[in-house]
Design a protein around this ligand. Structure first.
Ligand code: IDP
Length: 147
């Protein structure tokens, strides 16, 4: 079953949006298989955002993601990677439609509340980086046959 890495960023945690965000993915029909509240080390932040290393905002990105606790999650379900990206909305909240997480709660591109893997390749890389095959639980939900 497809898995993705989702993370409530420090602004989302500070604003008390963990429950709202978890609830949206639960109600959609996806299954939470791992979660942890954690501080992000400089090293993990730099690895996570490695593809943006040359961008002018790289320093800001790393400073922001290490500035307070994040809520890191593993979600599972059919097409969860692409569907979660739709539910998050566009990167810049000004372009994110109402009804999406960034569209409903975000204002600035730097503080856009949530991260989600953007492809199967990045999901695999990010899940290995953040969960390293630990801290997830394989379990059956009987409701899955109705989803
Ligand atoms: P994504 O989070 O929607 O996948 P990416 O292009 O991978 O978007 O960018 C990673 C993060 O970098 C974004 O979520 C956003 O917070 C931040 N970011 C992207 N573009 C800018 C920018 O132009 N200025 C400041 N931060 C940016």
């Amino acid at each position: 079953m497809e898995k993705t890495f989702l993370m409530v960023k420090p602004d989302g945690v500070q604003r008390g949006l963990i429950g709202e965000i978890v609830s949206r993915f639960e109600k959609k029909g996806f299954q939470l298989v791992g979660a942890k509240l954690m501080m992000v080390s400089q090293e993990l932040a730099e690895k996570h955002y490695a593809e943006h290393k040359e961008k002018p905002f790289f320093g800001e990105l790393v400073d922001f993601i290490t500035s307070g606790p994040v809520f890191a999650m593993v979600w599972q379900g059919p097409n969860v990677i692409a569907t979660a990206r739709q539910m998050m909305g566009k990167t810049n909240p000004v372009d994110a439609l109402p009804g999406t997480i960034r569209g409903d709660f975000g204002v600035s591109v730097g503080m856009n509340i949530i991260h989600g893997s953007d492809s199967p390749e990045s999901a695999e890389r990010e899940l290995a980086l953040w969960f390293n095959d630990k801290g997830t639980v394989d379990y059956e939900k009987t409701i899955n046959q109705w989803i």
